[in-house]
Write a protein that binds this ligand. Structure first.
Ligand code: MN
Length: 487
């Protein structure tokens, strides 16, 4: 019998552990005789998914679901069997995951199957809005499939790699799960873009070696500066940028590795926020920072909740290098996102409370999906929900989270549809600007309304706006006006 030795005896209650064992027995029976393409017993797959989730502190219901997630379709097990043995909650999760298996992504598919794909995506996001564990278990499932993807035929490998890059990695990123996102992308990179992957892998090898040597020599010097200034340090280490995100950055930097300063960055972990800023001050007292590259993601976190101070300095021997300063809590959140702050209330294990910011995104996604479904909306979906996000402020300091390239029109519609219809001008950071200006992160935008009541949007705005929300409001307002005129 396969074992679950990774489960620690005091994490779950006796009855929970009993249920986990029962799920393993059921899964083993269901998958008996089945092999993966690697030649391993199939049961190794659900166990690997369960173990990954266990290490991220998931509850026992998620572990049970992970063990059972492939049993519904593959074997003689029904929703009723699962409900009877494990309850409706787990049956819902297993069912949700089973539905997701029908997703079959291809980038050059026909309109018909593209529409089907969108419908399945819709299902996924609805299930996710209902219980976010569905998508988290799905992501763990995908991670293990990517880790063993080399056994699949090349054509499937590539399809799964693209799907991972276009759908699953962006969801992980949006949920703040930086570590999972990086792993998924790097595994997919080599199958999606084999030539580029091989090229970068070869080029980066020497560079990594040099940087590791340099950082080893530099670390004690920086550490000394900080301890001399009485800054408490938890640890200093270096982190190498994930390969795929390095490749993405290279595309904007003429493929020149010398233009990238965070191939390996120095990471300083200090106990609290005050020490973060003090450490930054000490670093800048010893090394000149490059202008424009000091980023305060503590005061202004990234839309997915990422927090850290970043600075790029002329370090020892004049070498340009990025330094990242953060607390252990920020570190945990940056790596594990939504999974880093499960709050289990005893006696109510079902009710997982995660950060409202991340769940807020899921709810907006759900609303968006409720009234779309056409081919056009697929690209809108990708732009709206997966593109880099920016923060834009009202003069009062309220914040809207928009996709990169959004305009004052998008901003106005994000606040209220009436404000959107009424926009005739805008002030960006106190200066007059046109309503098609591309907004940047941190811009303060004041919307200037037209005079009179019942102002109408212009048809031309459809060419300018970037968010599906704005497009939707403009279109429905124009359609309504037309209908009224006819009647
Ligand atoms: Mn699976």
């Amino acid at each position: 019998m396969a074992d679950l030795s990774f489960i620690n005896n005091n994490r779950y209650s006796d009855s929970e552990r009993e249920l986990v064992k029962r799920a393993l027995v059921m899964a083993e029976k269901a998958h008996a005789g089945q092999k993966r393409l690697s030649g391993e017993e199939f049961i190794t797959h659900p166990i690997a998914v369960a173990e990954y989730l266990y290490n991220l502190n998931f509850d026992s219901a998620s572990i049970i679901t992970a063990l059972l997630h492939d049993t519904l379709e593959d074997a003689d097990i029904t929703n009723e069997t699962i409900t009877k043995n494990f309850g409706a909650d787990i049956a819902f999760l297993v069912e949700g995951l089973t539905k997701l298996k029908k997703i079959n992504y291809q980038s050059n598919i026909s309109d018909k199957s593209k529409n089907e794909y969108i419908q399945t995506l819709k299902k996924m996001f609805f299930a996710m809005a209902e219980d976010v564990r569905v998508i988290l278990i799905k992501l763990a499932d995908r991670l293990h499939n990517m880790q063993t993807v080399q056994y699949l035929p090349p054509i499937d490998r590539q399809r799964i790699a693209f799907e991972t890059l276009e759908i699953y990695a962006p969801i992980a990123a949006r949920l703040g799960m930086g570590d999972l996102k990086g792993q998924l992308e790097d595994l997919a990179f080599q199958y999606a873009y084999p030539t580029e992957y091989t090229w970068l892998k070869r080029k980066i090898k020497e560079k990594h070696k040099d940087l590791a040597r340099y950082l080893e020599r530099t670390k004690p010097v920086v550490e000394r500066h900080l301890t001399d200034a009485d800054i408490p340090i938890i640890s200093i280490h270096s982190r190498a940028k994930h390969l795929y995100s390095l490749y993405q950055k290279l595309l904007h930097k003429d493929m020149n590795l010398n233009k990238i300063y965070d191939i390996v960055a120095m990471r300083i972990i200090v106990p609290d926020i005050k020490s973060c800023y003090e450490a930054l001050g000490v670093i800048h007292a010893h090394y000149t920072p490059l202008p424009g590259l000091i980023k305060d993601y503590i005061a202004l976190p990234k839309p997915n909740g990422y927090q850290s101070l970043h600075t790029t300095i002329f370090c020892e021997k004049g070498k340009i290098m990025e330094i990242q300063i953060r607390t252990p809590e920020m570190q945990n959140h940056n790596e594990n996102g939504i999974a880093s702050h499960w709050a289990y209330s005893e006696g109510d294990k079902k009710n997982i409370k995660a950060d409202t910011q991340e769940l807020g995104w899921i709810n907006r996604l759900k609303e968006f999906l409720a009234d779309v479904g056409t081919e056009e909306s697929f690209s809108a979906l990708k732009i709206d929900f997966f593109k880099n996000r920016i923060f834009v402020f009202t003069p009062k300091g309220d914040v809207e989270d928009l996709p990169e390239g959004a305009t004052p029109i998008d901003f106005a519609y994000a606040i209220h549809s009436d404000l959107g219809h009424a926009i005739r001008g805008a002030k960006v950071n106190g200066k007059m600007a046109t309503i098609d200006t591309n907004l940047k992160n941190g811009d303060v935008v004041e919307i200037i309304k037209g005079k009179g009541k019942d102002l109408k949007p212009s048809l031309d705005w459809l060419k300018i706006v970037r968010t599906a929300q704005a497009r939707h409001h403009i279109k429905s307002h124009l359609a309504l006006t037309r209908a009224n005129r006819k009647s």
